[in-house]
Design a protein around this ligand. Structure first.
Ligand code: ZN
Ligand code: ZN
Ligand code: FE
Length: 765
């Protein structure tokens, strides 16, 4: 029972400041209701820093308020900190909600876009509700946030909903503290909100409103490719069961092998496509609603071309009313792949979409609510009982990640592939949404736009820029042009620092950082690294034996080149005549002569210790993929091939005398070649290879003498490698850190760069 206040009782007044994700989630009406219930006076308001409350009443009620505030907070809110101070009572008797102010530094959190809540879905499906079949229904518990915000504090006038004037009914909901839509900034209804339209492939209008949605569903049923404007950009959608339609989509996008994600109506429908564990079900149905990599069910009825040769399937659930209605109307799962060409950023504007996607999409299902910024679907997998991100965007960005210390504002510009940038704002890293591979002009434009966007939104101009040491990365060159003080951070050091920051750990730790490519301090390409240290500094205690990559960058797309680099390093140029090995046979004798010359001279065959390229080479020798459409494709084939019954391992040991110690894969390669010649099943070879890597990891960890081990780098997207390394290290008594909030791949680099830069700047005199 709430204690009631009588006239003459002693009263106390508190000022309470709350930080975190507390705006646009129904926090003020919640505070209002709680204060009313406890007969407290005072006010609540939003400002640039979060929510500020003053409450006044009997000391018992004030204590009760403080106790219940964090326990009963709205579901979408996250409280990062509460500070309260006693102030003089004013003898106020009412409680009010104050208008937003712009006081203080802009550190209030912008929420990510949130999947539609059950209450909103129920309204959309209810024929008697005024929002029946309305695709833009939302409330303070759900709906768009990051993709519509144009400034802080978060108010309708600073969102892309500014152009839609609310009708009287919506205005009444928005103004009523008792309503689920009190100050729901994107609040809308069929009378006053955004509307759908269906366009043909040339951008000519065919239908509007609900008729547009129905016509889009008919087109999908007939096998058409429909570009659908979603929350953070366009998807290309097609019937996921239709072999011919999926092949047509692949041909038009010129994307042949990379798996396509599938959208299912709900959890029950997802369970018809893949094996869904309890943790995976929670992830699928979460507010973040990421694409979750599931084990594909045999005979699930999907087209062969959805994820060729892949035992896994990326599945997401419909997360907006538009997608619920569309999936409800088709009654079958839809391929939902990014509306872009190859690795360019996704389209967000309908006119831009028509010009960029013309020739790919037959129809465009669009609407007139502008998208403020591109936000791709996030991709995640449950590994070792926890959701781990592969791509961090919708639902997660721009949730901040706590940094070890407060420092000056630093901008980290990330790496080259899977680029992500990050900005430190006081003690938090605001990590941007996935931007993409910096190969195209579009990606570089998006990179600059995201940086401008973050700096403007938080009103936090950086005083320094952290960048990768690679001199040719577009991100590095941009940093150099900025004119600001620079902090160069070695790529694999950034990976380790990222894993530490991700786990709120200080270190020191042994970072086992394995990836495809990273510029080393000796100007060679690193990627099979064992680094001991923390954000301040690291020592390279071990690495894979170096080998040369004939053709340099071309090796990323052609694992057979890594194979030849390994073979020649181990057996000499004679190995170029071993026609019984697939990667050797795939080159003509003229090409082999060029490669032999490159490997014995100095032309275009850089040295590398890359674990990613070792995976590629072994995959190619085992007969899996001489060429790759995307980085990691051959390594994935090798992972998927692993025969779980095979527990023995190839020899792979570190030299005891060298410093750093060198893991010599020579004996391992000999055994692989012998096994291939003996026609040992590829599943056995793949298992022995993975087991060898795990044993080597434990061996180096035992020598390094640090009881915490951090696993980072793109190779740790490999579930077999990660789970087995985790089990073996744990069994040997190590504490193992895996990524949680950012991906282990280069999408996590910006966070690590920030952690290193803040440490270096803090230690300056
Ligand atoms: Zn809702
Ligand atoms: Zn309305
Ligand atoms: Fe990397």
């Amino acid at each position: 029972m709430a204690p009631t206040r009588r006239p003459g009782d002693p009263s106390s007044r508190l000022r309470i400041e709350i930080r975190g994700a507390v705006q646009g989630v129904g926090f003020r009406p919640f505070v209002y209701r709680l204060a009313k219930e406890l007969s407290l006076a005072g006010w609540v308001g939003n400002d640039n820093r979060g929510v500020t409350i003053e409450i006044e009443g009997s000391p018992g009620s004030v204590d009760e308020f403080l106790r219940r505030l964090p326990l009963e907070r709205p579901p979408a809110s996250v409280i990062a900190g509460i500070v309260h101070t006693g102030i003089a009572p004013t003898l106020a008797t009412t409680f009010t909600i104050e208008p937003s102010t712009e006081d203080g530094a802009k550190i209030a959190e912008i929420l990510p876009d949130l999947a539609t809540c059950p209450a909103c879905i129920a309204e959309v499906l209810d024929a008697r509700d005024r929002r029946h079949r309305y695709p833009f229904t939302n409330c303070t518990h759900c709906g768009p946030r990051f993709s519509i915000v144009v400034g802080l504090p978060y108010d309708r006038s600073r969102t892309t909903m500014a152009g839609f004037a609310m009708c009287p009914k919506c205005t009444a909901e928005y103004a009523s503290p008792d309503d689920r839509r009190f100050h729901a900034q994107p609040n809308a209804c069929p009378d006053c909100g955004p509307r759908l339209a269906l366009w043909d492939g040339a951008g000519e209008a065919l239908a509007e409103g609900d008729a547009a949605l129905s016509a889009a569903a008919v087109a999908l049923r007939e096998g058409a490719i429909v570009a659908v404007k979603g929350l953070g950009g366009f998807h290309l959608m097609v019937d996921a069961r239709d072999d011919e339609a999926v092949s047509r989509l692949r041909a038009r996008k010129a994307r042949w092998a990379k798996p396509l994600a599938v959208m299912a109506y709900g959890l029950d429908e997802a369970k018809l496509l893949g094996v869904v564990s309890e943790d995976e079900a929670i992830a699928l149905a979460s507010q973040e609603a990421p694409i979750v990599l599931l084990e594909r069910l045999p005979g699930c009825g999907l087209a062969q071309g959805v994820a060729p040769g892949n035992p896994r399937l990326g599945v997401m659930l419909a997360a907006t009313p538009l997608h619920h209605l569309l999936l409800g109307a088709t009654g079958f799962p839809l391929v939902a792949t990014s509306g872009n060409l190859s690795e360019e950023p996704i389209c967000i504007d309908e006119r831009e979409a028509v010009s960029r996607l013309c020739g790919i999409a037959d129809r465009f299902l669009v609407h007139d609510r502008p998208i403020a910024r591109h936000v791709d679907d996030s991709v995640a997998a449950v590994v070792s009982g926890r959701l781990r991100l592969v791509r961090r965007a919708r639902g997660f960005a721009p949730r901040p990640i706590a940094l070890p210390a407060s420092g000056p504002t630093v901008l980290a510009v990330g790496a080259h592939l899977k680029n992500v940038v990050a900005l430190s704002v006081e003690r938090r890293a605001v990590v941007s949404q996935h931007i993409g591979d910096m190969e195209t002009l579009e990606a570089q434009v998006a990179f600059e736009r995201v940086i401008g966007d973050l700096v403007a939104m938080y009103d936090a101009p950086p005083v320094a820029i952290a960048h990768d040491l690679h001199p040719d990365y577009a991100s590095t060159r941009w940093a150099q042009r900025s004119g600001l003080p620079l902090v160069g951070v070695q790529h694999h050091h950034a990976h380790l620092a990222s894993c530490l920051a991700d786990n709120q750990a200080e270190g020191p730790a042994l970072g086992i950082v394995w990836d495809g490519t990273g510029f080393g301090t000796d100007n060679t390409v690193w990627g099979g690294e064992f680094l001991l240290g923390d954000a301040a500094s690291v020592t390279r205690v071990a690495h894979l034996r170096p080998f040369r990559l004939p053709g340099g960058e071309a090796a990323v797309r052609e694992p057979r080149r890594s194979a030849l680099g390994l073979l020649v390093a181990a057996f000499g140029v004679d190995a170029l005549s071993w026609d019984d090995l697939a990667p050797v046979a795939s080159f003509s004798s003229r090409q082999r002569a060029v490669i032999a010359a490159a490997l014995s001279g100095d032309t275009n065959s850089p040295w590398t210790t890359s674990a990613g390229r070792l995976f590629d080479g072994i995959a190619a020798i085992t007969g899996m993929g001489e060429r790759s459409e995307f980085e990691g494709q051959a390594a994935m084939a090798l992972e998927f091939a692993v025969d779980p019954a095979v527990r023995d391992a190839y020899p792979l040991a570190g030299s005891s005398d060298a410093n750093p110690s060198v893991l010599d894969w020579g004996p391992l390669l000999s055994s692989v070649v012998d096994d291939v010649r003996r026609r040992t099943p590829p599943g056995t070879i793949a298992a022995r290879f993975h087991n060898a890597l795990v044993a080597a990891i434990v061996g180096v960890a035992e020598k390094a003498g640090c009881d915490t081990v951090a696993l980072s780098g793109g190779c740790f997207q490999n579930r077999v490698l990660t789970e087995r390394a985790l089990a073996a290290l744990t069994a040997s008594g190590f504490t193992v850190l895996l990524h949680r909030q950012v991906p282990p791949n280069d999408g996590g680099i910006a966070l690590g760069q920030l952690a290193v830069a803040s440490r270096r700047l803090a230690s300056l005199p």
